[in-house]
Design a protein around this ligand. Structure first.
Ligand code: PAF
Length: 275
């Protein structure tokens, strides 16, 4: 991979990179599209990263369809698919991990304490292999994008991180590889996450600034459903991910939800700019 990237660079080409765990959907393809707009060559990696799964999360159950993914990437005219084996990324005697402190401890990090260490380690390795000018990440995993940006800044990794908007199904459900786990009824219930976010947005548009009130309305929408088990709803400052009690003018915030619908853990969010 490094040889290929070096040749592209010697030929004066900029490289755009989309790291993925496969089972690609329109969300991933929107990142490919953005990369093709911005860069001369686009490289996608597919690697289901074992170190970001805890022992209680079933790595072997993670959905995979490499043939379909390959076909989609060919249709999109992606230049290279990087598809390493686990023992190439983590050979025997592998012993180096990258940890981002503060920002990884909250929200997703509270529920999945080892998750981000696996993400930052693998993204670092993948970036070192692909040597991209730009890496494209989805806003759907907003905290992940913030953690990766923090790592790139702190370690002075020479790559520009581009965060692209969430892609939704026509009814509003955020696209995710995990949506395949939802039964027909759960699929309907899963829409509550989007409804709660829209409701919060409306309240903010109408002038509400008290976070506790906005969150309590969101909880009512989600907790009405028998299939839902809410993990968290938080409103955080968009860069630091610090929680706030009141929204202030000219600031940007993420409203973040994590919720289990049946046995499927879903996350969703909305970036809001307060006038
Ligand atoms: O978002 C993902 O699919 C993964 O966390 C990533 C960034 C590819 C790292 O394994």
């Amino acid at each position: 991979m490094q040889d290929i990237s070096s040749s592209l660079k010697s030929a004066g080409k900029t490289i755009g990179f989309i790291p993925t765990m496969g089972f690609l959907h329109e969300g991933h393809l929107s990142l490919v599209k953005r990369s093709k707009e911005l860069c001369d060559a686009t490289i996608v990696s597919i690697f289901v990263n074992p170190t970001q799964f805890s022992p209680s999360e079933d790595l072997t159950q993670y959905p995979r369809d490499i043939e379909k993914d390959n076909k989609l990437l060919l249709e999109q005219k992606v230049d290279y698919l990087f598809y390493p084996d686990a023992d190439e990324i983590y050979p025997e005697n592998f012993q180096t991990f990258v940890t981002v402190n503060h920002i990884t401890k909250k929200l997703e990090g509270e529920f999945r304490p080892t998750h981000f260490k696996g993400v930052t380690t693998v993204v670092n390795i993948l970036i070192n292999c692909v040597m991209p000018d730009y890496a494209f990440l989805g806003q759907k995993d907003a905290q992940q994008a913030a953690v990766i940006k923090q790592m790139v800044n702190d370690l002075k990794i020479p790559v520009n991180i581009v965060v692209c908007p969430i892609v939704r199904e026509t009814d509003g459900l955020a696209m995710s590889s995990r949506n395949v786990y939802l039964s027909k009824d759960e699929r309907k219930d899963a829409l509550a996450l989007y409804k709660a976010l829209r409701n919060a947005n409306k309240m903010i548009d109408e002038g509400e600034r008290r976070v506790s009130l906005i969150i309590s309305e969101m909880m009512t929408i989600i907790e009405k459903l028998k299939s839902s088990k809410l993990k968290y709803i938080k409103i955080v400052e968009s860069k630091s991910f610090e929680t706030v009690e009141e929204l202030k003018s000219s600031n940007e915030y993420y409203i973040l939800i994590a919720c289990k619908i049946g046995n499927t853990r879903l996350i969703d969010n909305e970036l809001i700019k307060v006038e």
